[in-house]
Design a protein around this ligand. Structure first.
Ligand code: MN
Length: 316
């Protein structure tokens, strides 16, 4: 697994902890200060000052803090960085792009939301003006605020994969990767039909969740025949605002669903898949039963078993 290590001061680590506030995990290893999980990366900060980034996006995530980096991973590992034929061009950030991103794949509760959004090069300054940036750096109230503005100014398409359908597909053996690919494809196709007449699309940029070849296979897309080039890159929200905008709208839709779930169940529904999630799930089992829980969660996650055990304990 890709990893990167930084050596930071106490102050710097506090700033990291603050930045990843909404992604903190309950379990922290011995000597650890905090563990945070973001899309594709687990961040473990130790009291010694060492911060470990692990996962597919470790390099990009740690690069955000690289100004402070004293010790990077060995050059031999860096050379191994996987590359492919669909990397975006250097100049992409000023192009007219359809960006696509998803939310909810690692959350036990709630749907997967996928959004494709079009930002023409003329609209880039406006979208930036609205405060669009990497949604992982924004707090929920900011996301809601920005999303509401965005909905009015850019063409987008939102796909929601509800839990019942997700569980059905999953039980038939479909991988989450394939589900995501199909949702992205539909969102991209949809948004293309919503573009104002005469719109130029320089490319489609997908926040990379799988190798391009895998995406094309899952979606039966003939990339070579496509009039619009497809680009894939991890952390694409930092490369083009259309992906950042898509991510914000997807998160906004996800938050709304989570809010609805909290109201429906009378239990505050936490994000993620940590211990608090197990607790909330156990409460729901006790109140509404296991079938009910299954219909509002990604039922194959380990949280189901953990929640059942917790519920049993509480019943006694
Ligand atoms: Mn993403």
């Amino acid at each position: 697994m890709a990893h990167s290590v930084l050596k930071l001061t106490k102050d710097q680590i506090s700033r990291l902890e603050d930045t990843y506030k909404s992604f903190l995990q309950d379990t922290v290893p011995q000597g650890g200060q905090f563990v945070a999980k973001v899309d594709g990366c687990t961040i473990t900060a130790y009291r010694s000052g060492k911060v470990l980034f692990q996962g597919a996006t470790a390099e990009q995530e740690s690069a955000k803090w690289s100004g402070e980096q004293v010790q990077s991973r060995p050059a031999s590992e860096k050379r191994k960085r996987k590359t492919h034929n669909h990397l975006p061009p250097e100049t992409i950030s000023s192009m007219s792009i359809i960006g696509s991103d998803e939310v909810g794949t690692g959350d036990f509760f709630g749907p997967i939301t996928v959004v494709s959004a079009y930002v023409s090069k003329q609209q880039i300054p406006l979208v930036q003006e609205l405060g669009v940036k990497d949604s992982k750096l924004l707090k929920d109230p900011q996301i809601i605020e920005i999303a509401k503005d965005l909905l009015k100014v850019i063409p987008f398409s939102l796909m929601v994969l509800h839990n019942e359908k997700y569980n059905e597909l999953q039980s038939k053996g479909m991988t989450q990767g394939k589900m995501k690919a199909m949702l992205h494809r539909r969102a991209i196709e949809n948004v293309m039909t919503k573009l104002p007449e005469g719109s130029v699309v320089d490319g489609v940029l997908i926040d990379q969740f799988c190798e391009p070849g895998v995406y094309f296979r899952h979606t039966k897309t003939n990339a070579k025949a496509s009039p619009v080039p497809y680009f894939f890159e991890t952390k694409a929200e930092t490369i083009h605002v259309s992906v950042a905008a898509a991510s914000i709208i997807a998160r906004y839709a996800f938050l709304k669903k989570m809010d609805e779930l909290s109201k429906k169940t009378g239990v505050i529904i936490p994000k993620g898949a940590g211990q608090q999630v197990d607790e909330a799930a156990a409460k729901i089992i006790l109140k509404q039963g296991k079938t009910y829980l299954n219909n509002i969660t990604k039922a194959h996650f380990a949280n189901t078993t953990k929640a059942l055990k917790l519920a049993e304990k509480k019943r006694k």
